[in-house]
Design a protein around this ligand. Structure first.
Ligand code: PEP
Ligand code: MG
Length: 582
């Protein structure tokens, strides 16, 4: 049995026989052409590009119709690669000068492009590398290369294991044939993740060695909610996951019933349970799962999914449609949070030695005021259409908030002058993601209308552990006493100031932590849409008194392992069948 931890990309449990997709490599022939054949070979190459282009455009249309325009746009990058004049002229040159077959030449050139992209950090570039390889495979197939196995040929429902999956392959896959995905590469926002979520297929990405650990035809498990893949499971693990899968199915069946039940502890303390949104495709899931609103709209994905700055109008339309669809429920729009592991070359974010300590979040917005103002204009225009709040990321103190507020006021004044309709009151909140904001929380709470704890970063900065570094992931411990004390401090300061305190990092969506967090006094949670029913079920089954007792006990402990033991014990006692002590 091999257990791999990756990134939870699309929730649910998939169990079944493995089908390994081997994107590498279409076989092509080497050898030298005769001089008199090079012109015909060049023409054959041009034809292959034209035909591939037509195919990708058709595929784009199919995705647009079946899954939506936003997803179809993923293929625009491939069209661009296909029509890239440089790759074409270089291939033509190799055919002519070196007298190499077109397939051989094109493969060499695109392989080099993909390798260069692999070397650049960041999800955007990883995505481009996958696109380049997908284009290469397609063109080579047209040139007579032996086509690598396609997912559309699958005849038995399978767990699909791959290095990564190009969107074109995913689009061709029949829903009923995919029990789950496990990939070596990719992040939460990679193509595979987005498309799996949109199609409701469990997926774990970024497993690094899934293709190495998997065995064609052998049984495997994908737990897309917790980000785990298990190959060749032992009988107990298999049975445990079959139970879990059952529970998911039951939860899904109860969804409509649960959807209309309010989220409150067993003794009636109301908890606002919202969902996090990254891409508009998640909106139906949010509505279906009965979230109380959107507690974190990560607007940067809107910026990262394109090649140039989105206009005010494009942003306004996107924000408006989300705010309108959720109305009267609130939508907390977080202003652009680029930097760290999220960047787009057109934004001109600098290459930094320590990007997580660099030009991130609000720091970027305050230095690039024109981009910030455009976003704020779009947000305020959208505020007329529903219940909207604004939140600033990566705040380290009062000056950040004051400067942001000043710009907000100027934008509002200008919009008023222009006679633009806006909501009367748009609360401004700060994210607590840094130790500095924890220690400044008393002052921040005096001036912010609400605060939301971003535990993904708060844990990273409090424990000085890179949130994306697999090698030290065991130090990334949400139950570390330092983290719990930081959360408690923020909650108490917020309550003293009479403002709401929420939590929106991944920790909020982890069922194991739900009761402790309620016990620490948090009253607003925002989690991945598909986790809403599970978190709601857990919150509803304990009293606030029990939660407080558990949290108090945890607060008295001094090591993460002691806290974890106590939480595990409590949860497996209180929720038998759901939690098995880790
Ligand atoms: C966080 O840091 O917890 C958070 C919600 O923001 P992000 O994950 O987008 O950095
Ligand atoms: Mg963050």
């Amino acid at each position: 049995m091999t257990t791999l931890q990756g990134i939870a990309a699309s929730p649910g449990i998939g169990i079944g026989p493995v089908h390994i997709v081997d994107p590498e490599e279409t076989e092509v022939q080497d050898g030298d052409l005769r001089v008199q054949d090079t012109a015909a070979e060049q023409e054959r190459f041009r034809k292959a590009i034209r035909e591939s282009s037509v195919e990708v455009r058709e595929l784009r249309e199919k995705i647009a119709l079946e899954t939506g325009e936003e997803q179809a746009r993923i293929l625009d990058a491939q069209i661009e690669i296909l029509e890239d004049p440089e790759a074409t002229s270089q291939t033509l040159a190799v055919i002519e000068r070196e007298r190499k077959p077109a397939a051989f030449a094109y493969r060499r050139i695109l392989t080099a492009v993909a390798a260069r992209l692999d070397e650049v950090d960041g999800e955007y570039y990883r995505g481009r590398a996958i696109d380049v390889r997908d284009v290469r495979r397609r063109v080579l197939a047209h040139l007579g290369g032996i086509r690598a196995h396609s997912l559309s040929d699958l005849t038995e429902p399978s767990l699909i294991v791959a290095n990564d999956l190009p969107p074109s392959e995913m689009a061709l896959l029949q829903r009923s044939m995919a029990l789950g995905f496990a990939t070596d590469l990719g992040g939460r926002t990679s193509h595979t993740a987005i498309m799996a979520r949109a199609r409701g297929i469990p997926a774990v990405v970024g497993l690094k060695s899934a293709t190495e650990s998997a065995q064609q035809g052998a049984i495997a498990i994908v737990d897309g909610t917790r980000g785990v893949a298990i190959f060749n499971p032992d009988p107990e693990t298999l049975a445990e996951h079959e139970r879990k899968r059952e529970r998911y199915r039951e939860l899904a069946a109860k969804l409509t019933e649960l959807k209309d039940q309010r989220c409150a502890t067993a003794d009636g303390r109301p908890i606002w349970l919202g969902a996090n949104l990254e891409v508009p495709e998640e909106l139906p899931g949010i509505l279906e799962n009965g979230a109380d609103g959107i507690g974190l709209y990560r607007t940067e994905f809107f910026y990262l999914a394109r090649k140039q700055l989105p206009t005010e109008e494009a942003q306004f339309n996107a924000y408006r449609s989300i705010v309108e669809a959720m109305s009267p429920k609130p939508v907390i729009i977080r202003t652009l949070d680029v930097g760290g592991d999220k960047f787009a070359s057109y934004l001109g974010t600098p290459i930094e030695k320590n990007p997580f300590l660099g030009m991130r979040g609000l720091r970027f917005s305050l230095r690039r005021e024109e981009i910030f103002r455009t976003q704020l204009r779009a947000i305020f225009r959208a505020s007329a259409y529903g219940n909207l709040r604004i939140m600033f990321p990566m705040v380290i103190g009062l000056e950040d908030l004051r400067r942001a507020r000043e710009i907000v006021e100027r934008v509002k004044l200008q919009l008023r002058k222009e006679g633009v309709a806006m909501a009367q009151n748009v609360p401004l909140g700060v994210m607590v993601e840094t130790p500095a904001s924890v220690f400044s929380i008393d002052w921040l709470s005096q001036e912010a209308d609400f605060v939301s704890i971003g535990t993904n970063d708060l844990i990273q900065y409090t424990l000085a552990v890179d949130r994306g570094n697999e090698a030290i992931s065991e130090i990334y411990e949400p139950l570390h006493p330092a983290v719990l004390h930081a959360i408690k401090m923020v909650v108490e300061a917020g309550h003293r100031a009479g403002i709401p305190v929420g939590i929106c990092g991944e920790m909020a969506g982890e069922p194991l932590y739900a009761v402790v967090l309620v016990g620490l006094g948090l009253e607003e949670f925002s989690v991945s849409p598909y986790l809403v029913p599970e978190i709601k079920t857990i919150i509803r089954a304990s009293t606030y008194g029990e939660a407080r007792e558990l949290a108090d006990r945890c607060m008295s402990l001094h090591t993460p392992s002691d806290v974890r033991t106590v939480v595990n014990e409590f949860m497996s006692r209180q929720y038998p069948g759901i939690f098995v002590p880790a």
